[in-house]
Write a protein that binds this ligand. Structure first.
Ligand code: NAD
Ligand code: LMR
Length: 332
């Protein structure tokens, strides 16, 4: 099992690579960045776990070397936010980075599962898909936008609110839509742990807003030094771990991810009917298997408030998706 991290020397890349090095299923770990990967690889290589670590830089075909033989490629390469910057503002720089890296994956590891962390996820995932289409290697079942941090935050914030922070690992809240602001839609009515019956409307609205804008809390606290890195590394390793378990044959693993609705024609069609829009991508609960997406789950029964949140997410998602698609089409 070969896992590769593109952007491995960064704020997310380093702790994510550390967590992947501790995954006992991974036998090879390839690290690529434009700086510092030999050092990060040397450091990680002293950890007594199975993965053999190699770190490469762009010269001398570094990207080709790390990608060759990859089963799973995680992409946290790109610039992070600072206060006053929104995720879409990152597109100008990150769009090009993701397009170039996707070109490398399409060329050297076209069958790998691709997990996109670089923001804006709602646009960078469509970039990867379009690049793969251009190279004739597109398989919608294998490309995933990583929205796990929203799920992790929802678990934490709900556990805090119900007064049992220790229960956070067991609290499961589906978070659907996309990964930015109002496109992040927590389905709190489907939480495994019920919210307090006497929760006021204002407190409920504040919880939804905190999940949607949790990233801003970290950006503000880091005060110019970037955005979430450690919690993202945890979330990225969680999701990568599930994908790896599915690749190894475990069945019944379900997790939210931003995927192409074409990954499961029937499920995608049913989901499009539920959201009342013909979007190419949406984050929903997805069942994972050896070939990638096995099934896109329906959103299920929504409250009136949740239906309103989905409605509010759709136009922004449509714009974000178009931005990614157009960016690639304009380049060819
Ligand atoms: P960072 O600046 O600390 O690290 C980014 C790394 O990418 C750097 O090491 C840089 O050298 C590398 N890089 C730049 N261009 C590259 C290229 N062409 N090839 C390979 N590597 C390249 O940033 P970070 O805090 O790690 O954040 C990375 C990205 O992840 C940002 O876009 C951020 O917005 C995003 N992010 C997403 C989520 C999510 O939930 N999906 C959460 C947090 C951050
Ligand atoms: C997050 O949700 O923390 C990330 O998308 C980073 C950001 O820019 O907020």
């Amino acid at each position: 099992m070969k896992a590769v991290v593109l952007g491995a020397a960064g704020g997310i890349g380093q702790p994510l690579s550390l967590l992947l090095k501790t995954n006992p299923h991974i036998t090879d770990l390839g690290l690529f960045d434009i700086v510092n990967t030999p050092g990060v690889a040397a450091d990680l290589s002293h950890i007594a776990t199975p993965a053999v670590v190699v770190g490469r830089l762009p010269p001398d075909d570094g990207l080709k070397a790390v990608l060759t033989g990859a089963d799973i490629v995680v992409i946290p390469a790109g610039v992070p936010r600072k206060p006053g910057v929104n995720r879409d503002d990152l597109f100008k720089i990150n769009g090009g980075i993701v397009k170039d890296l996707a070109t490398g994956i399409a060329s050297f590891a076209p069958k790998a599962f691709v997990l996109v962390i670089s923001n804006p996820v709602n646009s960078t995932v469509p970039i990867v898909a379009e690049v793969f289409k251009k190279h004739g290697v597109y398989d919608p079942k294998r490309i995933f936008g990583v929205t796990t941090l929203d799920v992790v935050r929802a678990s934490t914030f709900v556990a805090e609110l119900i007064g049992t922070p220790g229960a956070a690992p067991d609290v499961v809240v589906p978070v659907v839509g996309g990964h930015s602001g109002v496109t992040i839609v927590p389905l709190l009515s489907q939480s495994t742990h019920a919210l307090p019956a006497d929760l006021s409307a204002d407190a409920f609205a504040a919880l939804v807003k905190r999940i949607q804008f949790g990233g801003d809390e970290v950006v503000k606290a880091k005060d110019g030094a970037g955005s979430a890195t450690l919690s993202m590394a945890y979330a990225g390793a969680e999701f990568a771990g599930k994908v790896i378990r599915a690749l190894k044959g475990e069945t019944g693993i379900v997790a939210p991810s931003f995927v192409a609705l074409a990954a499961d024609a029937a499920g995608g069609k049913a989901l499009a009917a539920e959201i009342g829009a013909d979007l190419e991508f949406f984050s929903a609960n997805v069942e994972l298997g050896k070939e990638g997406v096995v099934k896109i789950h329906a959103l299920g029964k929504l409250t009136g408030a949740e239906a309103e949140l989905v409605k509010a997410a759709v136009p922004e998602l449509a714009t974000n998706i178009k931005t990614g698609v157009t960016y690639v089409l304009d380049k060819y």
